[in-house]
Design a protein around this ligand. Structure first.
Ligand code: C5P
Length: 212
């Protein structure tokens, strides 16, 4: 299969030295890319800023902002069979990026934000025969919201992470399908990546991981 993976955080600059971002380490995207490669798939990883080196045998596209990630995904998407979106994309960016370093000003300041494109939702609208997997991190009503996301973005699977999974070594996750859900035991991101590919590599018509 030709597998396209997104990973890492995005950075949305408000001037030349400050940005909006989040603590995603990029490890999940890296582990997914390695697991896919180990299973002999052709892999493209589009990742936001991460300290991890390029995994061997993987085409890596390094980006900074959500819009750059959207452009890189749009380029690779037509030629992929599977998309796994594990990136923690900033939903908003500052409306303006100022040149240089903005000087300290009054005690209160406001920052105007505009919405970023939803990369995965855009792919869901042009799904074709592809398999689409999203990740979700919810602080409440996890199952309900993950299921909503599955339907709204036209996905086959949502990997719902427990809060606290950001930059963590071992994470608790739940597979959410249209037909049901399966809670997984806490495991490393390396193991979770392997479990996701076990599911994707299973021939169609095989037993569903949720037991339905
Ligand atoms: O809607 P929410 O951000 O919770 O959805 C999470 C899923 O959507 C993740 O798979 C994430 O990579 C993807 N996403 C995206 N582009 C965005 C926001 C989220 O691809 N702008």
């Amino acid at each position: 299969m030709r597998v396209l993976i997104t990973g890492g955080p995005t950075r949305e600059y408000l001037d030349d030295v400050r940005c909006l971002t989040n603590p995603s380490s990029g490890r999940m995207g890296m582990e997914l890319a390695r697991a896919a490669r180990a299973r002999k798939h052709a892999v493209t990883l589009v990742t936001g800023p991460t300290a991890f080196p390029d995994p061997a045998g993987v085409r890596v596209v390094r980006v900074t902002s959500a819009r750059e990630m959207a452009a890189a995904v749009a380029k690779a998407y037509p030629r992929c069979d599977v998309l796994i979106a594990s990136a923690a994309v900033s939903d908003y960016r500052p409306r303006l990026r100022k040149a240089g370093k903005v000087k300290k000003g009054p005690a209160r300041a406001t920052l105007e934000l505009v919405a970023n494109p939803d990369i995965l939702a855009a792919c869901g609208r042009k799904k074709g025969r592809r398999v689409l997997v999203g990740f979700a991190l919810e602080s409440r009503d996890g199952l309900k919201n993950a299921r909503k996301k599955l339907l709204a973005k036209n996905l086959d699977l949502v990997v719902l992470n427990d809060p606290g999974s950001f930059a963590a070594e071992r994470i608790g996750a739940t597979f959410v399908f249209a037909e049901g859900a399966e809670r997984l035991p806490k495991m490393t991101k390396e193991k979770l990546a392997g479990v996701i590919f076990e599911l994707l590599d299973r021939p169609h018509g095989g037993e569903c991981a949720c037991g339905c």
